[in-house]
Design a protein around this ligand. Structure first.
Ligand code: NAP
Ligand code: MG
Length: 399
């Protein structure tokens, strides 16, 4: 069988621990036998990040911006314990944070659904994708505890030195105060990434804030989305037969629960943090959640939403065969290959990505799955297998 050819390389970002092991298994079992894979390889494993003073992450992000499509393995974000474990020179930043900053991107998380693991919300039939704004609000706040008798003001100092002083509170008892901000440019990038993603996915876009209460701050988000939609996207949405819909966050929550799914729900930073975990859990498993970073100028970076599955890795190091779920990482590869195929006009590469996803889902539907899914799956004939046996079963279907 002739292998499928590629024209432009994918930016391949290798990672850490159990997902690094899965990464190689997936390539060997499901990609190399079928595709003449072209990648520009960056090793984002923690040792190599440390050796290169994290330059490799910056190089990978720039390559992703240059080539347009990347696929990333889960990576360790160092903390104090990892500093010791890996004898690190520095507590390097989160690679995902570096990628987001360089690509100016928005993260979209979507569940992978099978009938074996039905969502907790019985009405949900189609995936719900959460788009989370990744800049500002409480994540870059300034906050303080305040004493009885204190006064808090919001002071805006203009470029000419003049000031507006807005009283926040006069404290009759001890309390707290917080200042936060956002930027029109960042909100506009977020809006464009959401509109682009909705067009690319052919799904409607919902956006929610609390602008009835936050009449300036949240209202600015609403206005920027609407202005960009009217000026740049309205016509393209109508041509594609999809819609853009704004509503209040509490109304959105109620509508999402009652819906069949199938929409992209754009959320402010905090709302997205909370709602993405709610939606992921309600769909069944973090191991079945994909994640794609989309920049406002249409660059894509695909990955799994879960981490490096450390507990399984320690068992693997002891020589045990693990039953770690590779589905989200397989879908990161299929997503990246499909996008590369779309951008380069390679119909057979796009078709292969579809077949890979179908073979993966069919394998689960037929009852063969990893332990995390087997523990909650419904129906007859469920077989818990190792990661490699699961990949082999998918490869057999692909053949
Ligand atoms: P995690 O790797 O997502 O794993 C947490 C637990 O969830 C696992 O112990 C496992 O439960 C279950 N799980 C997650 N993915 C699974 C899969 N594919 N198959 C089967 N079970 C799965 O999160 P963590 O343990 O909090 O973080 C580990 C490391 O990952 C950290 O160093 C963190 O910095 C990093 N991380 C990276 C990313 C990223 O690169 N995007 C995201 C999050 C975390 P059981 O042990 O009960 O089986
Ligand atoms: Mg969170």
């Amino acid at each position: 069988m002739a292998k499928i050819q590629m024209t432009t390389p994918l930016v391949e970002m290798d990672g850490d621990e159990m997902t690094r092991v899965l990464w190689k298994m997936i390539k060997d079992t499901l990609i190399y036998p079928f595709v003449d894979l072209k990648t520009e390889y960056y090793d984002l494993g923690l040792e190599h990040r440390d050796e290169t003073q994290d330059q490799v992450t910056i190089d990978a992000a720039k390559a992703n911006a240059r080539l347009g499509v990347g696929v990333k393995c889960a990576t360790i974000t160092p903390n104090a314990q990892r500093m010791e474990e890996y004898h690190l020179k520095q507590m390097w930043k989160s690679p995902n944070g570096t990628l987001r900053a360089i690509l100016d991107g928005t993260v979209f998380r979507a569940p992978i659904i099978t009938s074996r693991v039905p969502p907790y919300v019985s009405g949900w039939k189609k995936p719900i994708t959460i788009a989370r704004h990744a800049y500002g609000d409480i994540y870059r706040n300034v906050e303080a505890r305040v004493k009885a008798g204190d006064k808090a003001d919001l002071v805006i100092t203009h470029a000419d030195g003049s000031q507006d002083v807005l009283p926040v509170a006069a404290y009759a008892c001890d309390g707290v105060a917080m200042g936060m901000h956002n930027l029109d440019n960042s909100i506009a990038s977020f809006a464009r990434a959401c509109f682009e993603y909705a067009l690319s996915a052919g799904q409607e876009l919902w956006f929610s804030t609390k602008d009835t209460i936050s009449k300036v701050y949240d209202h600015r988000f609403k206005d920027i989305f609407q202005e960009i939609y009217d000026a740049e996207y309205k016509q393209r949405f109508e041509e594609k037969g999809i819609s853009y819909f704004y509503t209040l966050i509490d109304d959105a929550v109620a509508r999402v629960i009652r819906s069949e799914g199938g929409m992209i729900w754009a959320c402010k930073n905090y709302d997205g943090d909370v709602m993405s975990d709610m939606v992921a859990t309600a769909f069944g498993s973090l191991a079945m959640m994909t994640s794609v970073l989309v920049s406002p100028d249409g660059k894509y970076e695909y990955e799994a939403a879960h981490g490096t599955v450390t507990r399984h890795y320690y068992r693997y190091l002891k020589g045990e065969e693990t039953s770690t779920n590779p589905v989200a990482t397989i879908f990161a590869w299929s997503g990246a290959l499909a996008k590369r195929g779309e951008l380069d006009g390679l119909a057979d590469l796009q078709a292969f990505a579809k077949r890979l996803e179908k073979a993966t889902l069919d394998t689960i539907e037929a009852g063969t799955m990893t332990g995390d899914l087997a523990a909650m799956a419904q129906g007859e004939g469920i077989r818990k297998v190792t990661s490699q046996a699961f990949l082999d079963a998918i490869a057999q279907r692909l053949q």
